[in-house]
Design a protein around this ligand. Sequence first.
Ligand code: COA
Length: 272
Amino acid sequence: MAPTELDAALLPGCLVLSAEAGWNQTAEDWSVFFARGTVFGVVEDGRPVATGAVLPFDGGFGWISMVLVTPARRGRRLGTRILETCLEELSRLGRVPVLDATPAGERVYRPLGFRPQFGLTRWQGPGGGGVPAGVRAMAAHDLTGAIAADAHAFGAERAPLLGGFLGRAPEHAFALKNGAGFVLARPGRVAVQVGPLAAEREDAARLLLEAAVGSARGPVFLDLADRWESLAAWLEERGFARQRPFLRMARGREAPFGDPSRLFVAAGPEFG
Ligand SMILES: CC(C)(COP(=O)(O)OP(=O)(O)OC[C@H]1O[C@@H](n2cnc3c(N)ncnc32)[C@H](O)[C@@H]1OP(=O)(O)O)[C@@H](O)C(=O)NCCC(=O)NCCS
């Protein structure tokens, strides 16, 4: 069956699909794709059995995510057909396709021309521990600076996304007292997801990371770029463990967008 654009009325079925894969997204996360992007899928008996979402950004590229096939339908090229539909949409919009691939997804993406840019690791661990000196709770007026810092690091301005995260969980949002840098976090289905975190230096990023983890209760997930070895060591000391790798890939392009030297924690594989 050919993938079609899904209506937002199918959001609950999409959430069942991502929960079935053990993923962390909530209805709020899925609603971003319905409101600001396009969700494609294959529906059987009124239920999505395969999905893929496209989120165009203003930096010349667009994000592909939520590529999911229900276990009973895997291995029949549904994942490939969903991907091809997402690629057609981004080609129509004139955007380079970018995504954060799981090892399973990588097998589908490489034959379609995706090339690796850099690795990230999903870390999983306990929240709590308090907020260090040097950072402060982010206020609404800090959002403009955070959007600019994020755009520099990520490569595209994501004002609605970041504003949405701040609105969802202001208690997990922090800015540096002196200098550019911020962190946001949001409640997920199984854990608080920390990210994005952008800063000018690793020691500043460490303070922001400490604040976001310190403000959380219960389990925390965060996707740290692999180049930040001292932050990885700090996470291990803090009781965090590696859960899974992700590979940032773009179709036909190895050079990352944005400035990876400012990008510490991604917003998650669904948003980049
Ligand atoms: C990844 C996923 C979407 C693939 O869906 P699918 O419909 O089974 O994929 P396809 O049938 O189109 O497979 C495409 C190719 O990848 C290969 N492949 C897919 N999953 C594989 C796996 N786990 N191990 C080995 N090869 C795999 C297939 O053999 C096929 O290769 P071929 O063209 O040489 O036959 C599906 O396994 C899934 O939902 N996984 C869990 C969620 C996930 O990780 N999504 C990716 C996010 S980046």
